[in-house]
Design a protein around this ligand. Sequence first.
Ligand SMILES: CC(C)(COP(=O)(O)OP(=O)(O)OC[C@H]1O[C@@H](n2cnc3c(N)ncnc32)[C@H](O)[C@@H]1OP(=O)(O)O)[C@@H](O)C(=O)NCCC(=O)NCCS
Length: 163
Amino acid sequence: MCLRPPVTIEIREAAEADAAQGCEVMQRSIRELCFADHQGKAEILARWLANKHPDAFKGWLTQPGNSLMVAVEDGAVLAVGAVTDRGEITLNYVSPDARFRGISRTLLAELERRAAERGNTICTLTSTATARSFYLANGYAETGPARHNFGTTSGFPMRKMLK
Ligand SMILES: CC(C)(COP(=O)(O)OP(=O)(O)OC[C@H]1O[C@@H](n2cnc3c(N)ncnc32)[C@H](O)[C@@H]1OP(=O)(O)O)[C@@H](O)C(=O)NCCC(=O)NCCS
């Protein structure tokens, strides 16, 4: 009988070596999970995906005031998130293969922890329609009318008071 050791999810700072996998995760997450937002429209997808490429990813690693994190399991990147030193969550994408396993909730908690470490008492973000219920369930509240992110009509500004 062959027993596999238990695999655990690690949330850590992203590195240059994560760029290719991290971008693949973000691209698939947008294309496959966010249909409610882009509705398959090529012009919206083109704008949204334009910076989800390894060169941009590597730039985010050294961007002042930016924390880029990944969730990794058994060497594979399963989710990518980012938060600024001013408490804005700018990325939060999970692989379609790893949805509903609590990975994004864990990653979000780490991003919030980083924001708090940087002196913030509030986190802000603009949610997709896809993630709206997820953020509401994780303590965020909507703060205003929808924004037209990447040409969608479904960017919901939200914020959460950090404990
Ligand atoms: C939204 C998203 C980040 C959630 O990722 P996930 O890894 O599946 O979420 P988790 O497994 O951590 O979910 C935690 C909880 O939220 C719930 N949840 C997750 N997505 C949900 C959704 N779309 N609607 C309702 N509940 C949701 C889960 O069922 C789970 O509930 P539980 O605590 O009762 O078990 C993911 O669907 C995603 O990447 N979507 C595409 C990209 C995107 O929209 N990103 C947000 C950019 S602002």
